[in-house]
Design a protein around this ligand. Structure first.
Ligand SMILES: Cc1ncc(COP(=O)(O)O)c(C=O)c1O
Length: 371
């Protein structure tokens, strides 16, 4: 489930007729210095499948993950036959707690830029000089740290083709590993018909909104396969969206300041803190309820949905909140706290100040009324 912008019919029609190739996207990303020149790019229909393909080919038995991350990433490691170990996060930045990595035996680590907040991978490398580091940049196109885009300091990096631009699905893995993907097939258009309906602008969105009022979204399950690559519609839509993305990210950074000011004044919430020397992409603006109010989270989001205000709770089912990882609960209390208290607010480059003010006011009012 995501709060991303919907695809316009114009973009859709245009994309049916364009014929972007994977190589064109690779060049685009390299020219913009989003991926390193030394990396090869592989394309997948979903990010989880990119991870699955990478994990299968890695010699390490165990993959370490931040305990607060989308659970499909740890599911991909399990499906690839790996053992998963979870690590504590910083409750302010929502990223890995780098100080706690010291002295740990870690051979392979996923470093997440949570919601586009750039973690300092060079600092991780100082602490773990021999580890194979995979950057999860699914939210991090144009996120910068110390003047460099994220995704270039690690050994491999995942990017999403649909999270930051209006699109249906798709992912890229940048790495030096040969992933043996010779018999990949393009995703069939038929596979995409449901997502096309859900993610395209139009009056049917009123119908979808009326359905959304009755439930809190869950993270969709997918079967793991490394055999499917994105078709030309997905590549074309990404190319169109990517053209404007850098400017949109800049606008989002300005809009985020309004959210920060509102959160600072609020007695109920704390905002995700920006990492030092960084410029996040603000995939979403993420806050958490202070611990004394966090039990109200799901109730508040449900009440708001009924009023047509759709906020999300990524990641309510992070690995740390799952029974199968309960042995890590003691060592990762911050990650558990986040999984129980985060609220993600939408932030679109086209948003007006008033919309942000309205969303925040509705949220604040609902908390107050339900104390
Ligand atoms: C941070 C992060 N990484 C990876 C993924 C997997 O991406 P996909 O949904 O394309 O499988 C997600 C999932 O939503 C995610 O939030």
């Amino acid at each position: 489930m995501d709060l991303s912008e919907k695809i316009s019919c114009f973009s859709l029609v245009k994309s049916f007729f364009d014929s972007t190739k994977a190589g064109d996207i690779e060049e685009l990303l390299k020219v913009k210095k989003v991926v390193g020149k030394d990396k090869e790019l592989s394309f997948f229909n979903w990010g989880r499948n990119a991870f699955y393909a990478l994990f299968k080919g890695l010699p390490y038995k165990t993959i370490h993950f931040p305990a607060f991350i989308c659970s499909v990433t740890t599911d991909a490691a399990l499906a690839a036959g790996k053992k998963v170990k979870l690590l504590e996060v910083n409750k302010e930045t929502f990223n890995l707690d780098i100080k706690k990595l010291k002295g740990k035996k870690i051979k392979c680590l996923v470093a997440l830029h949570a919601f586009g907040n750039p973690i300092d991978v060079l600092r991780i490398k100082k602490v773990l000089p021999k580890a194979f580091i995979i950057e999860d940049c699914a939210h991090g196109l144009f996120s910068e740290i110390k003047g460099r885009y994220v995704g270039k300091a690690g050994d491999a990096a995942l990017f999403s083709l649909y999270k930051q631009v209006p699109n249906l699905n798709g992912a890229i893995l940048a790495s030096n590993k040969n992933l043996n993907l010779l018999n990949q097939k393009e995703e069939s258009f038929l596979n995409l018909k449901k997502r096309l309906f859900m993610k395209t602008k139009g009056i049917h969105q009123y119908y979808l909104d009326s359905l959304k009022k009755t439930y809190l979204p869950k993270i969709a399950k997918q079967k793991f396969t490394d055999k499917i690559k994105p078709n030309r519609l997905i590549l074309n839509l990404f190319k169109q969206g990517f053209k404007n993305l850098e400017k949109e990210v800049e606008k989002k950074r300005k809009l985020a300041k309004i959210y920060f000011a509102l959160t600072d004044k609020s007695r109920y919430f704390l905002a995700q803190k920006i990492e030092k020397n960084s410029q996040p992409s603000f995939y979403q603006f993420v806050i958490r309820l202070k611990p004394e109010y966090s039990h109200l989270r799901d109730k508040i989001l449900m009440i708001l949905r009924k009023k047509g205000v759709f906020l999300d709770r990524l990641w309510y089912n992070a690995p740390i909140a799952q029974e199968k990882f309960s042995s890590f609960k003691k060592s990762c209390p911050n990650a558990f706290l986040l999984s129980q208290s985060v609220i993600s607010l939408p932030i679109g480059s086209e948003f007006k100040r008033g919309r942000i003010g309205y969303l925040f006011k509705q949220l604040q009012k609902t908390v107050k009324e339900n104390l």
